[in-house]
Design a protein around this ligand. Structure first.
Ligand code: NZQ
Ligand code: ZN
Length: 384
């Protein structure tokens, strides 16, 4: 097992009725900016619960944060934060609202152009405190220090990370997810699945506990996914999906083991260029990464086949093929198409993506740094 440091400071309130707890987590003298997305929180009662909990706090609202939150929108919030001297941010919504709020928190205290966090890896030195009320299980943003921002003018989607943007607390009430459109439920399951495989399908480092954590998340998703479509208002199913998505990207399963974030890296390009949902890009790219990198990932792919899909018979090649095939079938069964051509994306896009990954110097992704622009071309071409 590799060395690691683990520190996750997020206080989690999980379960029914927990939104009421936020009042005691936000000091009374704070001026709070309540950030949200396109308005789902008004329809499912979450807004009312938040307002009720914070009835004696001073609140300014900022709505309209888009899925794949946009730099230009977030900069408008930054102006308001500065003008009104806001000193606490409360994100109410999905990963996009949480990510956007992390950006606002750091950008509001930064003198330069905050896109620097994403484009130049500028280290964040200070950020306003954040709380999250999560309504969409998927990204793990509620319990990590990551954020992904889209810069429309530059057609770029990029991530930044900082220990300073971990939420102080996050509320996860599974009942808030009953109102999710099924498409978003599928997206959340796929995002969680891929976060897990990216920290698991690499090479063995004798870390059986991390392996079993990852496998248990994957198995839980396979078991719970059909249930949520048959009984969308089953509390326990929603709770299990919600906790799985948090656990997949709060750092725990990734300590001491290699990771391969290439599926996300390539997927972000597809979203930036074609506006595809984040999880859709992952469902397209992951099977290609596993196919093209099958030799380097062989041992873990065989373990995945056996422990997650119960495939134990046949040659090694057959078992790996079958595991990749079942993975893609799982995504398809969730109603997500997994081929670029099904989204009318062709070779031109592949050329552009490969070019972007080649300049100014060729990227090297994957657990061994061996996913270079040519491999990316191979991966995407296999997904046409
Ligand atoms: O905007 P509203 O009206 O709230 O509607 C949203 C949005 O249209 C809706 N929604 C959310 N909760 C709902 C609901 N509708 C009904 N009932 C509810 N309870 O769902 C739509 C999608 O929301 P969004 O927040 O965009 O989805 P998600 O949570 O999947 O977040 C995706 C973003 O997170 C980034 C992605 O790249 C993408 O930009 N990621 C962030 C990560 C992180 N911070 O660690 C890691 C991930 O890999 C990912 O990259
Ligand atoms: Zn993701």
């Amino acid at each position: 097992m590799n060395n690691f440091v683990f520190h996750n400071p997020v206080k989690v309130y999980f379960g029914k009725g927990q939104i009421a707890q936020i009042a005691k987590e936000i000091p009374q003298d704070k001026h709070v900016m309540l950030t949200y997305g396109g308005g789902s929180i008004f329809k499912n009662g979450v807004y009312d619960q938040v307002k009720q909990a914070l009835k004696s706090h001073r609140i300014t609202e900022f709505g309209g944060i888009e899925p794949n939150p946009r730099y230009a929108t977030l900069m408008k919030a930054v102006e308001i934060v500065k003008a009104e001297k806001i000193d606490f941010l409360l994100a109410v919504g999905g990963g996009s609202v949480a990510d956007g709020t992390k950006f606002i928190a750091a950008a509001s205290l930064y003198a330069g152009d905050p896109w620097d966090f994403c484009s130049k890896n500028v280290r964040i030195k200070q950020a306003l405190p954040i709380g999250v009320v999560l309504t969409l299980p998927a990204t793990g943003s509620e319990m990590n220090g990551n954020s992904v921002i889209t810069h429309e003018e530059l057609t770029e989607k990029r991530a930044f990370s900082s220990p300073l943007v971990y939420p102080v607390f996050s509320v996860m009430d599974p009942e808030t997810t009953y109102s999710l459109p099924l498409k978003q439920v599928s997206n959340g399951i796929i995002d969680t699945f891929v976060h897990t495989t990216e920290q698991y399908l690499t090479y063995p480092v004798q870390a059986p506990l991390q392996d079993r954590f990852a496998e248990s998340i994957l198995r839980t998703l396979l078991d719970e996914a059909p249930k949520v479509f048959h009984q969308p208002n089953d509390y326990d199913t929603r709770a299990n999906l919600m906790w799985s998505s948090t656990m997949a990207l709060n750092g725990i399963i990734g300590v001491g083991v290699p990771s391969d974030w290439s599926t996300h890296g390539i997927g972000h390009m597809l979203t930036a260029m074609h506006g595809l949902d984040h999880a859709v890009t992952l469902a397209i790219v992951l099977p290609g990464v596993l196919q093209v990198m099958r030799a380097e990932k062989k041992e873990k792919l065989l373990q995945y086949a056996a422990r997650v899909w119960n495939i134990t018979e046949g040659t090694e090649n057959h078992r790996i093929d079958k595991a990749i095939e079942l993975t893609e079938e799982f995504f398809n069964n969730l109603g997500v198409k997994t081929r670029l051509s099904q989204y009318e994306i062709g070779p031109d896009t592949i050329d552009t993506i490969v070019k972007r990954f080649s300049e100014p110097s060729p990227v090297r992704m994957g657990e061994r740094g061996s996913i270079n622009p040519e491999r990316i071309r191979e991966i995407l071409t296999s997904r046409l």
